[in-house]
Design a protein around this ligand. Structure first.
Ligand code: NAD
Length: 278
């Protein structure tokens, strides 16, 4: 099946990123290579992993055996909380590259701010050096709230290219999004489908748009993220759902449909609270 190509967005450092990627959180390490190869076959070129997902090797094996030129792929991994600090961040980055079997990653993120540790500024300074070495082409953060972003902007040199945050119709984080946008930090939506923990796909606003466009509810929610200008990282290990989730670039939600989904009642996060995760 051929689907329209995934558009790219330009980041604040001038590099480009496919607007939709496959998130591999909770994909079993033994299945990861095959799932990522399936995704590549279906047109995905952007993969979001992390040291804590324990499947960087599987992603790397898929990259190596895919035959796709490295420069056509966009691979993200993340610095885990226990590795925050200066020397620890350098060492953790080396190990991630080794597990991935890559010379460089396209994007390296600080996974959580971990405010009680108070090491995210030092960690970010380590990422600045890693970027200068060329082995992380771009650097960004994840789960940073406004006070964490403000501190980085004040105390360090490089503005993160992205903030990867929990974002879906029932938890939109308007303050973080507004701050990020004002500073040219792109928003990446994690848990874009609410991790299946909140019945997003059964909301009447979503099911009526799905019926109107002859699409699935998941496609409508993903399209809502895309039209908001977010980078979106849906996860699935099922080939049919991988195909469904990338087929969101040949229809458009109307302003009214967008507004109705944006007006969904906020029930709060389905994941961890960035102020409490350490
Ligand atoms: P998600 O919202 O992508 O939900 C995934 C679940 O949605 C699947 O397990 C499946 O049950 C369901 N689903 C997927 N496609 C579907 C479809 N077409 N129809 C119906 N149901 C479908 O949640 P996620 O995996 O937590 O988030 C996506 C990615 O974001 C992760 O894989 C990871 O890469 C990233 N992430 C990052 C953080 C972070 O702290 N930075 C945290 C969580 C996730």
């Amino acid at each position: 099946m051929s689907v329209p190509p995934v558009p790219v967005l330009t980041l604040n450092d001038g590099r480009t990123i496919p607007q939709l990627g496959l998130g591999v959180f909770k994909i079993d390490p033994s299945e990861t290579t095959q799932v990522v190869l399936d995704a590549f076959e279906l047109g995905y070129r952007h993969i979001d992993t992390a040291r804590i997902y324990n499947n960087e090797e599987g992603v790397g094996q898929a990259v190596a055996s895919s035959g796709i030129p490295r420069e056509d792929l966009f691979i993200t991994t993340k610095l885990w909380n226990d590795d925050q600090g200066t020397d620890t961040a350098f060492a953790a980055f080396e190990k991630s590259l080794e597990r991935l079997g890559l010379d460089y990653v396209d994007l390296y993120l600080v996974h959580w701010p971990c405010p009680a540790k108070n090491l995210y500024v030092e960690s970010w300074q380590a990422l600045e050096k890693i970027r200068a070495s060329g082995r992380a082409r771009s650097i960004g953060v994840s789960n940073f709230l406004v006070p964490h972003l403000e501190r980085l902007l004040k105390e360090t040199h490089i503005v993160p290219v992205v903030d990867q945050i929990e974002s879906h119709p029932a938890h939109q984080q308007p303050a973080t999004e507004a701050f990020a946008t004002a500073h040219s930090i792109a928003v990446e939506s994690w848990g874009p489908l609410g991790q299946g923990k909140y019945p997003l796909l059964e909301l009447p606003q979503v099911t009526s748009a799905a019926a109107a466009h002859d699409r699935s509810p998941a496609q409508v929610v993903l399209r809502w993220h895309i039209q908001r200008g977010h980078i979106v990282l849906p996860k699935s290990s099922q080939r049919a759902r991988l195909a469904e989730n990338i087929s969101v670039f040949d229809f458009e939600l109307s302003e009214n449909e967008m507004a109705a989904i944006t007006a969904v009642e906020s029930v709060g996060r389905v994941g961890s609270n960035p102020n409490e995760m350490n």
